[in-house]
Design a protein around this ligand. Structure first.
Ligand SMILES: Cc1cc2nc3c(=O)[nH]c(=O)nc-3n(C[C@H](O)[C@H](O)[C@H](O)COP(=O)(O)OP(=O)(O)OC[C@H]3O[C@@H](n4cnc5c(N)ncnc54)[C@H](O)[C@@H]3O)c2cc1C
Length: 472
């Protein structure tokens, strides 16, 4: 049997700036790369199956051209390793560590097997600037507040910062890696829903680097103001690429640090990268967050069970234009602007008082950029039950939020077409449209749009009371 080194890829689907990849390529010319498609993992991540399918296709092309063997398995990773071990004498396994509780457990399980079978393991840092366990308060406990966390984490990272662009040199001749069957029959989602995403996204590491370059050249300097306006293309839209590891966060950080004029836009952007690190820090130190509230007093909160309203929220039929626009943007593109994620999430947990877990599940299934730590931390921040979270009395007013961040109604009109003729004064509160104007533009709220499913002021008062009771 042949001696073989193998590389296990997960959410690090890139060839460049990938430490595990660089090191295996440095040590041997002949190695096998594998990906284990675990159906369970993607069962409730429908949108991401589309991205994964595309991403694996791109990677297969790249690896085939470079003469690297690439196998996609329809199993959990340990089973895949066992299958490879039956065929070859594996002497080394390379992988990038993945800082999520379930992934870490899988790594432990795999390492046990490797040790028993005398297979050497080579592990690297793959999807974060640094390990969540490297950043601690002076007393050794984990941070729970973002600002001091990031001050320390960023300073610490910069001190040992030795990132350099890493592009492996492949010498092999083109080969055929035939994963077509598994890609087409197992991974490619069956529903037609995903086809729309083709219009909005180009998957793959080359595109990720192009987007970053464009963002740094054109948008980062105005990021601090533009990032809050959902109708502007003011953010980097790198989140799905980061979720699948098509771009390295260290590369992003490094490229941003090269900017000579480090204005507030640069600072804000780097801080957002910091929020991503912080979410991973939290989930690694408090893994119980994955299944419930970080703040235990929220376990007693009396959430409302209302399937009808939950469905209306999911479908973008709440009658609040900015909420509906956000939910429709999500359904149409697999992505939603951050400001609108906060508004729609707040609407679900505060106006409807529906458990944030329901919202988290829906986002998980619909977002192309779903990332467990970011999604969990985002939802718990909005609900007020997480670390450094929004206080319970902060209830986003969907009308004022709309008027402030979409003052011309451009975003709402893009996604809620039935409001196209509403004058901007009423675009975020069409129920206040005076009768004479409504008649003139032939608009009837019940017929053409939706009567709000809750009254904002009443819902706000009820939420304030319910959340205040919790504090007692
Ligand atoms: C309820 C809720 C759920 C969320 N779920 C996810 C999720 O599943 N996956 C996800 O990547 N982000 C999530 N976010 C965070 C944020 O909305 C997205 O990261 C951002 O909108 C992605 O767009 P972008 O790449 O253009 O961001 P940019 O503004 O360009 O930011 C660059 C990168 O920084 C990181 N980032 C930005 N904002 C945040 C944040 N608030 N928290 C953590 N990291 C951040 C992301 O990796 C992002 O790609 C959620 C936020 C909320 C309020």
């Amino acid at each position: 049997m042949q001696n073989l080194k193998i590389l296990w890829l997960r959410e690090d689907l890139r060839t460049e700036d990938n430490d595990a990849f660089i090191n295996i390529a440095k040590n041997t010319e002949k190695f096998t790369v594998f990906y284990a498609y675990d159906e369970l993992k993607f069962k409730f991540r429908s949108a991401q199956r589309w991205w994964l399918y595309k991403s694996l296709q791109k990677l297969e092309d790249k690896l085939s051209n470079a003469g690297i063997s690439f196998k996609i398995f329809n199993s959990d990773p340990l089973t895949a390793i066992k299958v490879l071990a039956k065929k070859y004498t594996i002497n080394q396994l390379y992988f990038n560590k993945h800082y999520e509780p379930k992934e870490k457990n899988t790594e432990i399980e795999i390492e046990k097997y490797l040790e028993k079978n005398q297979i050497e393991v080579k592990k690297y840092n793959g999807n974060l600037l640094q390990s969540p366990f490297d950043v601690k308060k002076k007393d050794g406990t984990p941070f729970q507040v973002f600002t001091p966390y990031w001050r320390n984490a960023e300073e610490q990272y910069i001190k040992k910062f030795n990132f350099s662009k890493k592009i492996p040199r492949f010498k092999g001749k083109k080969i055929i890696n035939d994963n077509k069957k598994i890609l087409e029959e197992i991974i490619k989602p069956k529903k037609k829903w995903y086809q729309k995403f083709e219009k909005y996204w180009q998957v793959g590491e080359d595109q990720a680097k192009l987007l970053l370059k464009k963002f740094i050249n054109n948008s980062i300097s105005n990021y601090s103001t533009n990032r809050d306006i959902p109708s502007n293309e003011g953010t980097s839209k790198l989140s799905p690429y980061l979720a699948f590891g098509e771009i390295s966060v260290q590369y992003i950080f490094d490229e941003c640090y090269k900017i000579s004029k480090k204005n507030i836009g640069f600072r804000k952007y780097i801080n957002e990268i910091g929020w991503r690190e912080f979410a991973h820090h939290l989930l690694n130190h408090f893994p119980q967050m994955e299944n419930g509230n970080l703040r235990k007093q929220f376990d007693n909160f009396k959430w409302v069970k209302d399937e009808k309203k939950l469905t209306k929220w999911k479908m973008g039929k709440t009658g609040y234009p900015i909420v509906d626009a956000g939910m429709r943007e999500l359904y149409e593109t697999g992505w939603m602007h951050n400001r609108v994620r906060m508004i729609t999430a707040s609407f679900l947990v505060k106006h409807l008082r529906i458990n944030w877990i329901e919202g988290e599940k829906h986002f998980r299934d619909s977002l192309l950029d779903f990332n467990m730590p970011n999604n969990i931390a985002g939802w718990q921040w909005v609900a007020g039950c997480g670390a450094d979270a929004a206080p319970y009395f902060r209830i986003f007013n969907p009308i004022l939020q709309g008027e402030k961040f979409d003052s011309e109604g451009i975003y709402v009109k893009k996604w809620v077409k039935e409001l196209n003729n509403i004058p901007k004064k009423f675009i975020h509160k069409p129920w206040e449209l005076p009768k004479d104007i409504a008649n003139k533009i032939n608009f009837n709220l019940d017929r053409d749009y939706i009567n709000p499913i809750v009254n904002h002021e009443e819902a706000r008062q009820m939420a304030l009371k319910a959340f205040a009771d919790l504090k007692k």
